[in-house]
Unconditional design. Structure first.
Length: 276
């Protein structure tokens, strides 16, 4: 399900580079596949608001997800149109949004110059570092078997990661334990925004299932998920202490070090079931 709009994209998520491999006492010239990381400017009603460093695919979904998780839009219906264009400097995502949302945006002073690992770029005061969390209304019961089954299928659904080893994957696993969609990006926050944007436009019920991420669970991943009402976040790597604290405040189940048949439950252990 693509968002309405115009798409003029020639940038690809992969690039080829000449490298020299040292192996068994030899150095041989060969080609290697690299993930493409480009500047992506999000423009609202003609005003540039933020530049992200991202993988140039699924950019309409990224734009919508970012707009929702950053509180620029309150619903997917406030995004009327989107246009994706390539320029010599990078990608432009021009969005036509509701007047009320745009007026609120103009009152904010958060102009970001993004980096893939930066969740606080552009924040002007320590007073606003810790976000205010709105608790998730419905926390789902999640089957441990569903988590293991999703992890078994997870790697095979990440083609960019298989080719480059340098991107993150984020998937939505529905209440039946099936991976419904998966998005990849050099930035874990971007991959999550792509998934959340796609799901918001599709009208998914975030209270039935869980988000599965190939990265650590940083506090931004918890906050972004909670904004849309995701009740369970499962990470392949570890969470941070702030992520655990915010997950508790958000009424969210948080799981780390996820492997088939083995996970560490940091919050919400009572919502994990041992049978389907």
């Amino acid at each position: 399900m693509r968002l309405p709009g115009v798409y003029s994209m020639t940038a690809t998520p992969l690039k080829t580079s000449t490298v020299w491999r040292l192996k068994q006492g030899r150095i041989d010239e060969t080609d290697d596949c690299l993930s493409n990381e480009v500047p992506v400017a999000l423009v609202y009603n003609g005003i540039s608001h933020v530049v992200l460093m991202a993988t140039p695919q699924d950019l309409p979904e990224l734009a919508l997800g970012f707009s929702l998780t950053e509180g620029i839009l309150s619903s997917a219906s406030q995004l009327y149109d989107v246009e994706v264009l390539q320029t010599p400097a990078g990608m432009l995502v021009n969005m036509d949004i509701a007047s009320a949302a745009f007026l609120q945006l103009k009152g904010r002073r958060r102009n970001l110059s993004g980096r893939t690992g930066c969740g606080l770029c552009g924040i002007e005061s320590l007073d606003v570092v810790k976000p205010v969390i709105t608790p998730v209304k419905v926390r789902p019961n999640v089957s441990a078997t569903h988590i293991s089954d999703a992890l078994d299928a997870f790697a095979s659904l990440q083609p960019l990661r298989a080719q480059t080893g340098s991107v993150h994957g984020v998937a939505w696993v529905n209440g039946s334990g099936q991976i419904q969609a998966l998005f990849e990006d050099v930035g874990r926050h971007n991959a999550l925004d792509k998934l959340l944007g796609f799901g918001a436009r599709a009208g998914w019920n975030w209270s039935e299932g869980f988000v599965l991420v190939s990265s650590r669970a940083s506090y931004e991943m918890v906050v972004k998920s909670a904004v849309l009402g995701v009740g369970c976040l499962v990470a392949v790597s570890a969470p941070t202490s702030l992520a655990v604290q915010l997950a508790q405040e958000a009424n969210m189940t948080l799981i780390g070090f996820a492997r088939p048949g083995q996970q560490v439950i940091y919050t919400g252990h009572e919502y994990i079931t041992l049978a389907d």
